[in-house]
Design a protein. Structure first.
Lengths: 63, 63
DNA sequence: GCGAAATGTCAAGATACATTGACATAATAT
DNA sequence: ATATTATGTCAATGTATCTTGACATTTCGC
């Protein structure tokens, strides 16, 4: 499961800490998801999709 | 996080056991997700969406 | 180059997700 | 009515997700 988080974040000039704050998760969680250590839970994936105004399928890709 | 699993399964006349087999998870997992005990992981949500040929957003709804 | 901000990573702990095995009850079929 | 199938649920266990706190390294502005 790959994701486009880093790119989406860069497009908005958000730091990992800023994204984490907007998602109400820890900075370490954002980093872990971005660096592929694990996938977000489904509810968090929805919050991410909502924040960027995209469908989950447009952010998370089957590997 | 609500979901339409039970309906989609009924449309196909699949038992929980049959759906579990197609998803390669346990019957208890399907039951737990259907009865709202917990949400599936993101990878499992993708497998479910793929199986039914729908977008994740068409199966799982923000509550 | 120096200091600040950003990123990567580790450890320890909590809660969520998924498993097997078992059992009770409900629904269906013969 | 009895047997089979389907569903709901429990306990115990293991892995995944997420947390706080800490520290090292990289990147950026000045």
């Amino acid at each position: 499961m790959k994701n486009r988080l880093k790119v989406l974040r860069a497009e908005r000039n958000w730091s990992q800490a800023e994204l984490a704050a907007r998602l109400e998760v820890s900075r370490q969680s954002v980093n872990a998801i971005e660096t592929g250590k694990y996938d977000p839970s489904l509810p968090l994936a929805f919050r991410i999709a909502d924040l960027f105004g995209l469908a989950i399928e447009e952010i998370f890709l089957r590997d």
